[in-house]
Ligand binder design. Structure first.
Ligand code: ADP
Ligand code: GLC
Length: 475
């Protein structure tokens, strides 16, 4: 089966969060199952520098008013890659979502190029049977496919985060090349605006999201305004859990660690701790329970609950390490916490891939207290690296961590800690539970061992996507 993935991020070139990780892993996992998967991404400078660019397979004199554009066929390791080369939109420094003035047009251009490949194929005659778009930047793709007429591929939209929707003023309709008749509730219109994600969710043949629990939540209170549409389309909506890319996130082979380890050699985990503590400005205390988080600092990540618990953690004898960037207010609050508790609270307010790997290898407890979490990859990395996840019971966090309780300890199923209510007190109770278990090192090791043996590979999820593609009736 021929499938074209379309996305705005791709690790290791361009990544702002888990989307980049998933885009690097899932297409390759599908290829390993025999599917002919290719991917279309913008020709960002970071990709052009890293990937040998092949030949031109499509050209447009002008795309969305951004001037001439071409599609180049390149080859990333193990993945054929189409690059949308449109210098006016994509050949710039900065993150993929910077430059707000033409944000709508640049991702409309990506969606248009994808729809073109879907209808006409490339110059070599390769034409996808399925177009699979990810998140709001690709939301117009099913719209361009639907409004373009003629033979068309099946379309699938995956929601990685419904909080980001791509809403733009209705006045942009013409410059986004959307026909007037598309501006209805059955098309791209959403409360008087153009909404990219809504268009995709309305018009795609199938919708997926990244965990079964989140698939339910977004049909109800967690839908950020799109719950009605998703409830209406519930027969076309599926939650498929993300996996872990074991070539990248594997403590046995991880080049970012000073000491690589696995379940057979748990003692080799230990040397990673003082290195990380030093890099975080923490005392090299070998026995203090080390709590860590690695996260975008965004209100939905619930890190204000961690801020509420800084003094609680320190007075309980713990250390806290925070690796994150984002909301300047949260950054300032964490910086102050570190100043208040030198050597006990360490903050690293930058994006640093290596530090993230070292955090998972050093921490005793990894906190993800999200208000909402579509899937969450960090708690999966924590499980694989032997840091016990402490999570709020929501979305993918609920689906992947089994909280410690008398029952789960008795039947050997616990892999971490969970709490329900999104407030500092409830997180504090879960912290107490973790501090309590930490005193019992045999029980702790048992929970840690179970987490490290839990399988979160990509093979099962990839097969679920293949089954979903295969079940879409031919157009
Ligand atoms: P989200 O996509 O919502 O940010 P995920 O848990 O799916 O959440 O993925 C987050 C990804 O971003 C993980 O790979 C995590 O390691 C990484 N990450 C987040 N913040 C940082 C940071 N400051 N430095 C390095 N990596 C980070
Ligand atoms: C989003 C979500 C996160 C998910 C990731 C990859 O960024 O916030 O929960 O793991 O996408 O699907």
């Amino acid at each position: 089966m021929r499938i074209l993935f379309v996305a705005s991020e791709l690790f290791p070139y361009v990544k702002t969060g888990g989307l980049g990780d998933v885009m690097a892993a899932l297409p390759r996992a599908l290829r390993a199952l025999g599917a002919d998967v290719r991917m279309l991404v913008p020709a960002y400078p970071a990709i052009r520098q890293a990937v040998p660019v092949g030949k031109e397979v499509a050209a447009f004199p002008d795309l969305l008013g951004g001037g001439p554009a071409r599609i180049l066929l390149a080859e990333a390791p193990g993945l054929p890659l189409y690059l949308l080369d449109q210098p006016a939109f994509f050949d710039r420094p900065g993150g993929p979502y910077d430059y707000p003035p033409d944000l709508a047009r640049r991702f409309a251009a990506l969606s248009w190029a994808a729809a073109h490949l879907g209808r006409a194929g490339d110059a070599n005659g390769w034409r996808p049977e399925v177009l699979h778009g990810h998140d709001w930047p690709t939301g117009l793709m099913p719209a361009y496919v639907a409004y373009g007429g003629g033979p068309r591929p099946a379309t699938v939209m995956t929601i990685h985060n419904i909080a980001f929707q791509g809403r733009f003023p209705a006045a942009m309709l013409d410059e986004l090349w959307i026909p007037r008749h598309g501006f209805t509730p059955e098309g791209v219109e959403f409360h008087g605006d153009i909404c990219f994600l809504k268009a995709g969710l309305r018009l795609a043949d199938r919708i997926t999201t990244v965990s079964p629990t989140y698939a339910q939540e977004i049909q109800h209170a967690g839908g950020h305004g799109l719950e009605g549409l998703l409830a209406h389309r519930k027969d076309s909506l599926r939650g498929i859990l993300n996996g872990v890319d074991q070539d990248i996130w594997n403590p046995r082979t991880d080049p970012h660690l000073v000491s690589r380890y696995d379940l057979k050699h748990p003692a080799r985990r230990v040397p990673n701790r003082p290195v990380f503590q030093r890099q975080m400005g923490l005392q090299e205390d070998p026995s203090a329970p080390l709590f860590a988080t690695v996260s975008r600092l965004d209100p939905l990540k619930g890190l204000d609950l961690v801020l509420d618990n800084v003094d609680h953690l320190v007075s309980g004898g713990a250390q806290l390490a925070v690796l994150g960037t984002g909301d300047p207010h949260a950054e300032g609050a964490f910086r102050q916490a570190a100043q208040r508790h030198p050597g006990r609270v360490g903050v690293f307010l930058r994006y640093d891939e290596g530090m993230a790997h070292r955090a998972f290898a050093a921490a005793d407890v990894f906190m993800a207290p999200s208000r909402q979490e579509p899937c969450g990859l960090t708690q999966l990395y924590a499980l694989a690296y032997g840091a016990l996840p402490l999570v709020r019971r929501t979305g993918g966090l609920a689906d992947t961590v089994i909280g410690v309780s008398p029952e789960t300890l008795a039947n050997d199923s616990a892999t971490g800690f969970q709490f329900d209510t999104a407030n500092g007190w409830a997180l504090g109770e879960a912290i107490n539970q973790a501090l309590g278990l930490f005193q019992d090192s045999a029980a702790w090791r048992e929970v840690q061992r179970r987490g490290m043996t839990t399988e979160f590979g990509w093979k099962g999820p990839a097969q679920a996507y293949l089954d979903l593609y295969a079940a879409i009736p031919a157009k």
